[in-house]
Design a binder for this molecule. Structure first.
Ligand code: MSP
Length: 511
């Protein structure tokens, strides 16, 4: 019997509410969308292993002109269109083992109720007023643009239209000082720091009111006091983060989870998330979220993915070649969370073969082979004073800090240090040449213990493979049920467990 279950933390150490952007339903999900979602999923899994109360929210952004037009082009109603595309998202998240706690759709009644409540609160505060919108709108970006920007947008193939109509405006221009003051008091709220500076620079330039409603469109949430208008896109979309935790229907729940939210977002949407959103919340008398973690683009051949460039990559195509965990590992380990990074198939093959097939896969296979041959298939216990113990302690400290800072690549690099050092430990002792006895048992017990810790620390990134490693070294139960930090302390492998050599966990992939 393994040690799982004996070391469950007896108190809740904290709360972790993590969100992804809600994705537009006018596009098929690609590796860029999956990047944010896989990162959020791994973080949620890590925090669950810390024994925290975790709430992981993702979903879809279903209103707006783009969706209405996509539906039209396909000869269906916007709702029918949304129902079709939302399924594509759910399927991809299932394929990638995304264990979200809630999937929100902006077309749900609970969301309409929350948007109405937030609108009323902002209006009561005097921050929503009727005006006339005259100007330019990029349908492709769901964004109002200035006359100066029209040519540039059109040159990029964006669909830009001119419009004039009564709109309600959110008085963002009143919030500059309050936002600056809030950010002053919360210096760590936006990472990386370059993005924080970008946000502060934008606020300091002076803020413009923004339109939150339209009359020329019906595919949105009607304004409670003037239902000829619908709100859609940003006011609508951002509200999802409070809808999902009970803003309109469950005060206790809302108090539990808000404002603990941690928003993961791509750099394209920081203005909306880090300027509009906290201003909307402050207007309604609510606290802005805990923090925003902003990442760069995944580029393909140095370029942003787009429909027009025909360079969008579907996660399923890569999962077919690398498996689910091969996929997850790559996007968590390869790009550093923050800057842009170039994706290449060749790079993915190299990393997969090096880290998974060679380093981890071989380590497991070697250990299982030697234990099978020379220890009668029973894994010996580790030694308390093994040199690998220090490697594990250090790796855990680095990994824990990195997961806390939303740096999965750093956390996994630290975790793989254990794998490399354990391979080196085997090469130094050559247990395959040793006769059975205490010396061999010591070498193999230490390697098994290192593998146990690797399974624990890698579980948020590669849940299936971590479970397989766990079972093959003879541990029972779910590796994901292990509690950190205790499960990462050297010495947890009890010895006397049956070790099995199964099929190769990570078959090599050819470029
Ligand atoms: N619906 C809005 C977000 C509303 S949130 C309240 C939206 N949707 S989107 O479908 O365009 O998704 C945007 C998000 O997808 C980005 O912020 C980013 O998280 C992810 N990505 C889309 N393409 C990407 C890359 N090429 N690279 C990395 N992530 C990108 O904007």
């Amino acid at each position: 019997m393994g040690p799982q279950g004996c070391r469950v933390a007896s108190f809740a150490v904290g709360r972790f509410y993590v969100t992804t952007p809600i994705y537009y339903v006018n596009d098929a999900p690609h590796i860029g969308h999956a990047y944010t979602t896989v990162t959020a999923d791994a973080l949620a899994r890590w925090h669950r292993m810390l024994g925290e109360d975790v709430w992981f929210l993702t979903g879809t952004d279903e209103h707006g002109l783009k969706v209405a037009q996509a539906a039209d082009a396909n000869g269906v109603t916007p709702r029918e269109w949304a129902d079709t595309v939302v399924q594509r998202y759910r399927d991809v998240w299932d394929l990638l083992d995304i264990a979200y706690d809630d999937f929100i759709r902006t077309t749900e009644p609970r969301h309409y109720a929350a948007v109405a409540k937030l609108l009323e609160a902002c209006r009561a505060a005097g921050d929503i007023e009727l005006g006339t919108y005259r100007g330019w709108y990029s349908v492709s970006d769901e964004e109002y643009i200035t006359a100066d920007e029209v040519e540039e947008y059109r040159s990029r193939g964006r669909n830009v239209i001119e419009m004039e109509e009564p709109n309600y405006f959110f008085r963002l221009s009143r919030f500059g000082d309050r936002l600056l003051e809030w950010y002053e008091r919360h210096p760590e709220a936006i990472t990386p720091e370059t993005r924080r500076n970008e946000v502060l620079g934008f606020i300091r330039q002076g803020l413009q009111d923004f339109s939150i409603s339209r009359t020329s469109l019906t595919w949105g949430v009607p304004l409670p006091w003037d239902p000829d208008h619908v709100t859609y896109v940003w006011f609508d979309a951002l509200t999802n983060y409070i809808t999902a935790v009970g803003y309109a229907d469950d005060d206790d729940r809302f108090r539990t989870w808000w404002p603990a939210a941690r928003h993961l977002i791509g750099k394209d949407i920081i203005r909306f998330h880090c300027v509009y959103w906290p201003a909307m919340l402050l207007s309604a008398g609510l606290e802005p979220p805990a923090d925003w973690h902003v990442h760069g683009w995944l580029l393909v051949g140095g370029e942003k993915m787009s429909k027009t460039r025909l360079n969008q990559i579907a996660p399923a195509d890569l999962v077919a070649d690398f498996g689910v965990d091969g996929y997850r590992y790559h996007f968590l380990r390869d790009p550093s969370f923050g800057p842009d990074s170039d994706f290449s198939y060749e790079g993915m093959v190299v990393r997969y073969n090096t880290d998974l097939a060679n380093n981890l896969g071989n380590l497991l296979a070697r250990v299982a082979t030697v234990v099978g041959k020379s220890c009668g298939g029973i894994g010996p216990a580790p030694s308390p004073d093994a040199p690998l113990a220090a490697v594990v302690t250090e790796a855990y400290a680095t990994a824990a800090e990195a997961w806390a800072a939303v740096q999965p690549s750093v956390a996994l690099e630290a975790t793989w240090r254990i794998v490399r050092e354990t391979n080196a430990h085997l090469e130094a002792h050559e247990p395959w040449k040793m006769a059975p006895g205490p010396e061999l048992d010591r070498v193999m017990g230490d390697a098994l213990e290192a593998l146990r810790v690797v399974a624990v620390l890698a579980a948020p990134a590669i849940p299936r493979s971590a479970q397989a490693v766990w079972e093959r070294i003879g541990m029972s139960g779910a590796v994901a049920a292990q509690r950190l930090p205790d499960a990462a302390v050297w010495g947890g492998y009890p010895g006397g467990c049956t070790v099995t050599k199964g099929e190769s966990l990570f078959p090599r992939v050819r470029a």
